[in-house]
Design a protein around this ligand. Structure first.
Ligand code: PMP
Length: 434
């Protein structure tokens, strides 16, 4: 191997020999933006350091879990203590019960919850449960929403796949996706048409309440309301995928925000991940008791996991949820995220660059578009070259944003006013070069 002065480059070459693309999840490869991915050496607070020793302000936070920032001392102490008690038992623990109780206390739509290890697993299981509960096969998902890589959901999925310009994945038999109906996000007319045609065959509608896999696109209140009404009218379940939004956009997650605008609003099943594990492999799905009781060992819908409810992951998740339950936590995060977004918008305006921003709690999106998009095709009209130049300009100055224009951004409680000021100063310089 030729040795360069760039240790990331060296490591990438080594990684590529043994790991497809050198990465264990596609977006990390920088395929969308080009260039050399940064191999992380360590992280603390709002920063991580790469192999070259360069420090980056981290605006992805492991794609969501690190809402407290990296290495929060109380979380670290809790995890250390849990490690001493054993890694995994394959038998129930009190901590799982405590975490379930905590999740249910924060999420009134759920009567019961089951813990799993990844968002993919949670989404896949929720889908099986919805089909098992309703006895129906068809599912509705929306273009640009990502729910993990279960076969039936890899249909025009966003995130990563969009880079490869493919609407689906090789290796998924046509038979497996023949019951997956993909509609445009925020398109009420299409939704009504689908239910008018096939309402009695639809098991569920699965959606991201605020889509974080096509950058940041909110479901309109009207769209959300119609999904709730139509699923109820036709005996289908509404699955809210809050893997990204859960405990991040508000303490009660996105559903608490929509419930403020839609009387009595609750989804039937909620899928969660990321923040609930605080950076450990942990995810969950939960919902109404009559639905959840269809799961094995009570009911006929099978679902299991060797590492489900892992004692270290549950310790980390529980402490994380405890800390983010502090009064005002999400309000403060929302303010801070707003400062960054409004600041970026002001800098873009000053440079005469069309730009739009949106944010909620610790989740944000910015677009090189004059108006906020409402669905995936609009998101993808973004000037890719301009985004890439922005991304690399910021990266050079130690500001790490998501390496693809269709990904959301993440703020943590560890980001300081100084961090935000430094990011905006960097942006001022970079916007001038666009
Ligand atoms: N659903 C949503 C909304 C997601 O954003 C993701 C991951 N980004 C998933 C599901 C899949 O979760 P995981 O990567 O943990 O499998």
């Amino acid at each position: 191997m030729t040795h360069t002065t760039d240790l990331n480059q060296d490591l990438l070459a080594r990684a590529k020999r043994v790991i497809p693309g050198g990465v264990n999840s596609p977006v990390r490869a920088f395929n969308a933006v080009g260039g050399v991915p940064r191999f992380v050496e360590r992280a603390q607070g709002a920063y991580f350091w790469d192999k070259n020793g360069q420090r980056f302000t981290d605006y992805i936070g492991s794609w969501g879990p690190m809402i407290l920032g990296h290495g929060h001392p109380q979380v670290v102490a809790t995890v250390h203590a849990a490690v001493d008690e054993g890694f995994s038992y394959g038998a129930p623990t009190e901590r799982e019960v405590a975490l379930a109780e905590k999740i249910l206390a924060l999420m009134p739509s759920m009567d019961m919850v089951r813990l799993v290890s990844s968002g993919t697993e949670a989404g896949m299981s929720a889908l099986r449960l919805a089909r098992g509960f309703t006895g129906r096969n068809k599912i509705v998902k929306f273009n640009g929403c990502y729910h993990g890589h279960a076969d039936a959901l890899l249909v025009k999925a966003g995130s990563g796949l969009a880079t490869f310009g493919s609407s689906s994945s090789a290796g998924v038999p046509a038979d497996v996706v023949k019951d997956t109906i993909v509609l445009e996000y925020n398109d009420v007319a299409q939704l009504e048409e689908a239910f008018a045609k096939m309402g009695s065959e639809i098991a569920c509608v699965i959606m991201e309440p605020i889509a974080g896999n096509m950058n940041f696109v909110r479901a309109s209140v009207e769209f959300t309301r119609r999904i709730r009404e139509l699923t109820q009218e036709h005996g289908a379940l509404m699955i809210y995928d809050e893997v990204m939004t859960g405990f991040r956009v508000a303490l009660g997650s996105a559903q608490s925000l929509y419930a403020q605008q839609i009387e009595g609003f609750q989804p039937d099943i909620t899928v969660m991940g990321k923040v609930i594990g605080g950076g450990m492999p942990l995810a969950a799905f939960g919902g109404r008791r009559e639905i959840m009781e269809k799961l094995s060992p009570l009911g006929g819908v099978y679902q299991a996991g060797t590492l489900s409810g892992n004692p270290i992951a549950t310790a980390c998740g529980l402490k994380t949820l405890e800390l983010i339950s502090a009064p005002g936590f999400h309000a403060e995060l929302h303010l801070k995220t707003g400062q960054l977004m409004q600041g970026l918008k002001a800098e873009a305006d000053a440079a005469g660059i069309p730009f739009s921003v949106d944010w909620q709690g610790g989740l944000f999106g910015f677009f090189f578009l004059p108006e906020l998009p409402t669905h995936y095709p609009q998101v993808m009209t973004t000037d890719q070259a301009r985004f890439n130049k922005f991304f690399h300009g910021m990266l050079q100055q130690g500001e790490y944003f998501a390496p693809a224009l269709y990904e959301a951004g993440f703020m943590s409680a560890a980001h300081s006013q100084d961090d935000i000021d430094r990011t905006l100063e960097a942006a001022r310089a970079v916007f001038k070069t666009l």
